[in-house]
Design a binder for this molecule. Structure first.
Ligand code: HEM
Length: 427
């Protein structure tokens, strides 16, 4: 759910004395194109020189060592609620525009702390552990096959637009029971909401767009839920409705919010898993050859793709109680980026961390988070990654990066992904 986690408030940070806070002369600017393309060298320096770094650019703490990232994710002194503070600071006109979207986002378990989180998660977990999610394998294979057939005979394509985006979108729509021909509309609503949730900077009417996308999406899900109640059909949505019909029910608003969250959480993250994995293989020919030759290494390979250049760059927390980390004073209200991508390359945890090894084991990466908010869709995402990456690689034996082209990396702190990746399918 890395994308939604970027709804970090852009509130004014506490005043900091940058001179006393500065412990190293290194400059970390996540917006620097070279850092976006390859943030790992700067993460290595941060881990060594300033593991709990105050970033004036982000106006936040940046935590980079494995054990510290783990501690931040497990710590009760950290909160995931970054909406309440954000909403409070909005001028009244904007607050009114965003009223509805904030109402639903506030019901996302991803943004709730216990006890609200405990209750929502207990109910949602029932749907995620029911057979419908495990039964998605057939649907994933069929979707992947259909998309690959469409690509037959093509020369160069943008891997993102023509494959990596589409597999997770269709899978999530199948899971929720949204007809496949709704793809364009679903995408439009998601994109509208994403300009707000992703914290996009240069979009003029972003609040109005987000409100519109939210309105359309919530209306659609309300109708779909009513239809399922009237004419039950087996599947994930029915499991969610049934789970909430027990003593401790989800309200209708909570059900709509849960559908929106699943649509969001399972979408861009998995796109980035598929694209980053294929990019990793194409830039490491030795591992590509091994991956082709050893299909039995599929399980370990996906874990390695998740670790080496996975879809989660960082997760956001807000300090709930003043405390110290490596002698740094973390104050209530400070924002903290727990940099999972750096933790996943920490030599304190992984042997030869900058090397790709498709057979690596053990591999305790933190890409699905840790603690009470650990990803609920991890098994589904792994399955999608395993099927979609292998099928693509096997279908196009001469696959290569398009000549003279470079991937466009996302300008974002939470997800790690590529917005455009030109590849050549045939020889
Ligand atoms: C490769 C793909 C994915 C990655 C890397 C990923 C990663 C994550 C991470 C890191 C979190 C924890 C966020 C935090 O602690 O702030 C999370 C939470 C979550 N994910 Fe995923 N996710 C993926 C796919 C999915 C899919 C496919 C679904 C649903 C079908 C899903 C549903 C969720 C939900 C509901 C939560 C919230 C859990 C909670 O707050 O208790 N994710 N995900």
């Amino acid at each position: 759910m890395a994308d939604a986690a970027d709804a970090a408030p852009r509130t004014d940070p506490p005043q900091r004395d940058l001179h006393t806070d500065r412990r190293t002369d290194l400059t970390y600017d996540p917006r620097d194109p070279a850092t976006m393309a390859n943030p790992y060298p700067i993460y290595a320096r941060l881990r060594e020189e300033d593991p709990v770094h105050w970033s004036p650019v982000l106006k936040s703490w940046v935590v980079t060592r494995y054990d510290d990232v783990k501690a931040v994710l497990m710590d009760e002194a950290m909160s995931v609620d970054r909406l309440t503070g954000f909403y409070r600071t909005l001028p009244s006109e904007q607050a009114e525009t965003l009223q509805e979207i904030v109402k639903y986002l506030n019901l996302w378990l991803a943004f709730r702390d216990p006890p609200d989180h405990t209750r929502l998660r207990r109910i949602m977990r029932q749907a995620f552990t029911a057979p419908a999610v495990n039964d998605m394998k057939t649907s994933i294979r069929e979707i992947v096959g259909m998309l690959l057939d469409r690509l037959e005979g093509r020369g160069e394509i943008d891997l993102i637009r023509e494959y990596a985006l589409l597999v997770p979108a269709y899978v999530i729509m199948d899971l929720l029971g949204v007809p496949r021909d709704m793809l364009d509309r679903v995408k439009e609503w998601s994109d509208d909401m994403a300009v707000f949730i992703g914290g996009a900077r240069n979009v003029d009417d972003k609040y109005a767009r987000a409100a519109h996308g939210c309105q359309e999406m919530s209306t659609y899900f309300k109708t779909l839920i009513a239809e399922r109640r009237a004419a039950p059909q087996p599947g994930f949505l029915m499991d969610l409705i049934n789970a909430s019909d027990e003593a401790d029910a989800l309200t209708d608003d909570e059900l709509v919010a849960a559908c929106m969250l699943v649509l969001f959480a399972g979408h861009e993250t998995t796109t980035n898993l598929i694209a980053n994995s294929i990019h990793t293989l194409l830039t490491h020919p030795d591992q590509l050859a091994r991956f082709r030759a050893e299909p039995e290494a599929n399980r370990t390979a996906v874990e390695e793709f998740l670790r080496y250049d996975g879809p989660t760059n960082a997760l956001v927390r807000v300090v709930a109680t003043d405390h110290e980390l490596h002698g740094r004073a973390l104050k209530k209200g400070d924002r903290v980026f727990a940099v999972v991508a750096s933790a996943n390359r920490d030599p304190r945890m992984f042997d030869d961390p900058d090397a790709v090894d498709v057979a690596r084991t053990p591999n305790r990466h933190l890409t699905f988070g840790l603690g009470i908010h650990t990803c609920l869709g991890a098994q589904l995402a792994r399955e999608e990654g395993r099927i979609a990456v292998r099928a693509f690689i096997e279908r196009f034996p001469d696959l290569a990066l398009a000549e003279g082209e470079r991937p466009d990396w996302l300008d974002a702190m939470v997800p790690r992904g590529i917005s455009r990746l030109p590849v050549r399918l045939g020889g």
